[in-house]
Design a protein around this ligand. Structure first.
Ligand SMILES: [Zn+2]
Length: 218
């Protein structure tokens, strides 16, 4: 087998790994594999690659942004420029797998833009504690459906039940949830209320007897 025939055969290994060769081609490649350690090693590598590609959740691909239309060509061009036949075949199998999967380009999928973290507008609000043991701070998030209060505190009596009310400009005090005190351990509690930010004037935390333990006006 001369050099160029051997190279062509090695490049067929990618298609074999993907199961995209006919029986005659498979027989021809397998006959060569019997006597060529290098090609057997290459095939094992490629099969490992295709197994990883099989882990791609095809049903979720539609959620991913489309890669540039020419990406597949660019991957193949880069692969052909690469000096190492081993690397080149690896890229080719990735490009071929991309075609099989309808991805347009595995490179594009791997390099897909990751959405930037959405900044949450946090409003630090003043908190007054009526219990010396309780230390609390709170931040407020204005949502379209109401306000969320993120309460961070220590010192609420362990095992005691507390309820939270958000105060509204119209005088109502809708409940915003409840929690159980955990003593000196730090707790972080997200409390949701249907009062819109424009109507919300404060919140308070009541103990089991209805006494106000913590209050905040904003
Ligand atoms: Zn070989």
């Amino acid at each position: 087998m001369n050099e160029s025939t051997h190279r062509a055969l090695r490049e067929s290994l990618g298609w074999l790994a993907l199961g995209r060769v006919d029986d005659a081609e498979r027989a021809r490649i397998e006959a060569h594999l019997d006597g060529c350690t290098a090609c057997r090693a290459e095939l094992a590598d490629l099969q490992a690659t295709t197994r990883r590609l099989e882990l791609v959740d095809v049903d979720r691909l539609e959620e991913l942004p489309a890669p540039p239309a020419d990406l597949g060509d660019r991957v193949i061009a880069a692969a052909l420029r690469s000096g190492s036949p081993r690397r080149r075949t690896g890229w080719l199998v990735a490009a071929a797998a991309a075609v099989v999967l309808g991805l347009g380009g595995v490179g594009g999928w791997l390099l897909r833009p990751v959405p930037a973290t959405v900044a949450v507008p946090l409003e630090l609000v003043a908190v007054t504690s009526n219990d010396d043991a309780v230390r609390a701070s709170a931040e407020l998030i204005p949502h379209t459906w109401g306000v969320e209060i993120q309460l961070t505190a220590t010192g609420f009596s362990s095992g005691e039940r507390y309820t939270v009310e958000v105060l509204s400009a119209d005088g109502t005090r809708p409940g915003a949830g409840a929690f159980i005190g955990v003593g000196e351990r730090s707790m972080h509690c997200n409390l949701n209320s249907p009062v819109l930010r424009s109507d919300a004037t404060g919140f308070r935390v009541l103990d089991d007897s209805g006494a106000v333990v913590v209050s905040s006006s904003f």
